[in-house]
Write a protein that binds this ligand. Structure first.
Ligand SMILES: *Cc1c(COP(=O)(O)O)cnc(C)c1O
Ligand SMILES: [Zn+2]
Length: 471
């Protein structure tokens, strides 16, 4: 791509993740793949020059300076662990004010001892999903190179986040590519409301992803999909906040839904770096949960046994799998629209994260996801369907005995409940047609925790009787 400005902070660079290549590039270059070999890129740091903090407790001094934007942001108060841009270029809108909560109701549902299940509630971000952690970092990079337009293909939340950062910062115009498959109205409404140019393609997410890469290349538009390595730097901080909330203790498990696999990749990098820097003494185990209707990672990891393999994963095996998908004309299909992705762009990075974190992969059915979502709702942390895959996956791993009842387990709730009210209402509805229309064809046959509206005539006695009968 044409844009290349030297903004080097002297301490950060981009590096190809393939060990046989390992080419490095200035952070001022706009790249979404290694120009030499096509592999994914990492943002890497010259830690010797940076001199990172000697302990994670060092970051606590920032709490006393909360009125400074870079200390208030839950991403940038960890600036010293992602110093790829000069501080004056940082674009922040106060992202990352997200809590970690012990949630015993959900813990019992999973089968954990009291106090052992924690929910990291990323729905609390400004645009309602974890994507803001990455967008603030991508915008900061875009600003350092002077980009005027930014684009993404999205199942919804990346576009909502991009649109919000564009209108809040007034630095760039947002161009959003969506497929014609599922996109929840909560998310689409955000993009439209925030004024993004929205291009709807007659195709699915994987088609939109392909096109946005071509178009941004051709028009020199800054691409903010999670192939953008700077986004993942911001998403590392979700794990820093988890540690911060635990008094810098490392939990036993991090459980996260897997779509394009950017989040799981970022989490692995976060822990690997902290461990290399001597800031933690062990890494947690990582569980990545696919939806059964979009289960590429599960198929490749568990059935084909494909592994990171020192940076040489069996790419022929992966290609064979995709060829099978193509010849069967198989399309991703799940109620969890945010993870309805069959060709995860960060697959290799995620395999590396699974290697670093002794990881496991599972798939959860839409039935399991929606039942788990209802349990999350009952606990007071409503989430969208994709997020509940983490809870459904933790339950499966507990039942298998992979997770022990005494393990400390953190499930990431990636997006807010109000992102996708259609799925929630259909689950709880009394209307069988509506239930079947939204849920039935995805193999959801029963809503185990449905909270049905009680229908009564407009009659005082009937209403009183209904309340007495149901409370
Ligand atoms: C994007 C998204 C995911 C998937 O994350 P990846 O990094 O693409 O694996 C899961 N849940 C929600 C709510 C999302 O918006
Ligand atoms: Zn390379």
């Amino acid at each position: 791509m044409a844009t290349s400005v030297s903004v080097t902070t002297d301490q950060a660079y981009q590096q190809c993740l393939a060990p046989d290549c390992g080419a490095t590039f200035d952070v001022g270059e706009v790249l979404t793949a290694c120009p030499r070999c096509g592999s994914l890129l990492d943002v890497a740091y010259d830690w010797d020059r940076i001199g990172p903090p000697e302990s994670l407790r060092w970051f606590e001094q920032k709490w006393a300076r909360r009125n400074e934007p870079l200390c208030r942001s839950g991403v940038w108060r960890f600036y010293e662990l992602l110093p790829f841009a000069p501080p004056e270029k940082i674009v922040t809108i106060g992202e990352g004010q997200t809590p970690l909560h012990v949630t015993d109701g959900v813990g019992r549902y999973i089968g954990l001892h009291a106090g052992k299940l924690l929910l990291q509630y990323e729905g609390m971000n400004p645009s309602g999903s974890f994507k803001d952690n990455g967008m603030t970092a991508a915008f900061t990079h875009a600003r350092t190179i002077g980009a005027r337009r930014a684009a993404c293909a999205s199942t919804g939340n990346t576009s909502a986040s991009l649109a919000l950062y564009c209108c809040a910062s007034r630095l760039m115009q947002a161009v959003i590519f969506i497929g014609s498959g599922k996109i929840s109205y909560g998310k689409l409404s955000q993009a439209l409301d925030y004024g993004a140019l929205t291009i709807q393609i007659a195709g699915d997410f994987d088609d939109a992803m392909q096109r946005v890469r071509e178009v941004s290349e051709q028009l020199g538009i800054y691409l903010v999909n999670s192939v953008n390595p700077f986004r993942l730097e911001g998403q590392k901080t979700i794990m820093y906040r988890v540690l911060e909330s635990l008094g810098w203790d490392v939990p036993d498990w991090i459980v996260v839904p897997g779509g394009n696999l950017g989040n799981s990749s970022a989490f692995g990098k976060a822990f690997h770096e902290l461990h290399e820097l001597g800031l933690i003494d062990r890494v947690p185990r990582l569980a990545v949960i696919n939806a059964a209707g979009a289960n590429t990672l599960h198929q490749l990891y568990n059935k084909e046994q494909i592994r990171w393999n020192d940076g040489r994963p069996d790419s022929a095996g992966v290609a064979r799998y995709y060829a099978q998908l193509d010849s069967a004309a198989s399309k991703a299909d799940t109620i969890a629209s945010a993870i309805e992705i069959n060709r995860p762009v960060n697959l290799t990075k995620c395999l590396r994260a699974l290697h670093w974190c002794d990881g496991v992969v599972r798939e959860a059915t839409d039935q399991q996801i929606l039942d788990a979502k209802a349990q999350v709702g009952l606990s007071g942390f409503g989430c969208e369907p994709a997020s509940a895959a983490s809870v459904a996956g933790a339950k499966l791993l507990r039942e298998e005995g992979v997770i022990a009842p005494s393990d400390r387990v953190v499930c990431i709730l990636t997006g807010h409940q109000l992102k996708d009210p259609t799925a929630t209402v259909a689950y709880h509805t009394t209307d069988q047609d509506e239930f079947n229309r939204v849920l039935g064809k995805r193999g959801v046959s029963r809503a185990a925790f449905a909270n049905r509206a009680v229908k009564v005539d407009n009659d005082l006695d009937e209403i009183v009787r209904a309340i007495q009968l149901n409370s």
